[in-house]
Design a protein around this ligand. Sequence first.
Ligand code: KG4
Ligand code: ZN
Length: 339
Amino acid sequence: MKNNKSLILGIETSCDETALAIMHGFELIHQITATQWIHEEYGGVVPEYASREHEKLLPAILDEILNKTAIELSEFDGIAVTRGPGLAGSLLVGLSFAKGLAVALDIPLYGINHIEGHIFANFIGQELLPTPFLCLLVSGGHTQIVHVKSMEDFSLIGTSRDDAAGEAFDKVARLLGIGYPGGPLIDKLSQSGNAKFHHFPRTNFKEGYDFSFSGLKTSVMYYVKDKSPEFINENLADIAASFQEAVVDALVGHAIKAATDLKLNRIVLAGGVAANTRLREKISTKSKTLHIKVYQPELHYCTDNAAMIAYLGYWKHLKKDASSLAMKAIPNLKLSFRN
Ligand code: KG4
Ligand code: ZN
């Protein structure tokens, strides 16, 4: 394997996916993402269980990825690890594992911002980035419109004032008794539903590009409250599709307006909700007529993965931008905006 390109191991443990990936230069060699299904029966992520699962899974996945790729630990040139944002205990497990490897192998450690990972997941494997672009970052914890001028220069254009889009999907799925994880289940169910079945409200602020999804969630709650279980069951796909359409309308409307106002002809989708079928379809259709190019990550790069962490790790490795071994996990780590 060894030539002049470096070999980076990426580690992602910010929430309920335990993931490892290996980059050789800009080339992804292999990645493994293990979803922790233990949370399913609780209808949401239980932080304590998430950390314990990471601790159990990390050494097993490391063995698996080394066996699959026939790479030896001694061949790595750097370790990249998510330092935030995320669940404190989960981040700590990943960070301790990464630090242990970095010390044992005497190689540099690179702390990575998970949100930056999502933004640049679209370009895994690429050396040239098509900046500037507008990023619609939609995950379980974030709903943001970010003007990405370069890898280090971001401006926040709009954000959710309450729930994140993914959070709204998960809460409404729970409310409708659809289960966990809510986003992918609502997406699947909606494919056989009528999005015009019921018009749920879209919150629009007078100015700017901010979002609000808590009113939408409450209106779904009131809508189902006075309906019989039979009615809900019979019309579940239609209700799910109508809710999903309201979220997608807000996301697509704001992103396209911001791109047009800023004269940006590229929109990049990022984060777990970027896997949503209707969002991908609607933003592509609307952008086409405006000559805006839409970048959509492959599905396994939308949700949490370690390839995006290893990729940014390799960029840091090239810049010799190593982190200290004293680096701490930062559960509420933000993107650093220039303005
Ligand atoms: O980016 P991600 O994997 O983790 C965070 O950093 O938050 O995003 C997870 C979120 C969850 O809320 C999940 O329900 C949502 O992304 N999600 C989806 C879809 N796939 C995942 N939401 C809507 N449609 C999907 N297909
Ligand atoms: Zn994420």
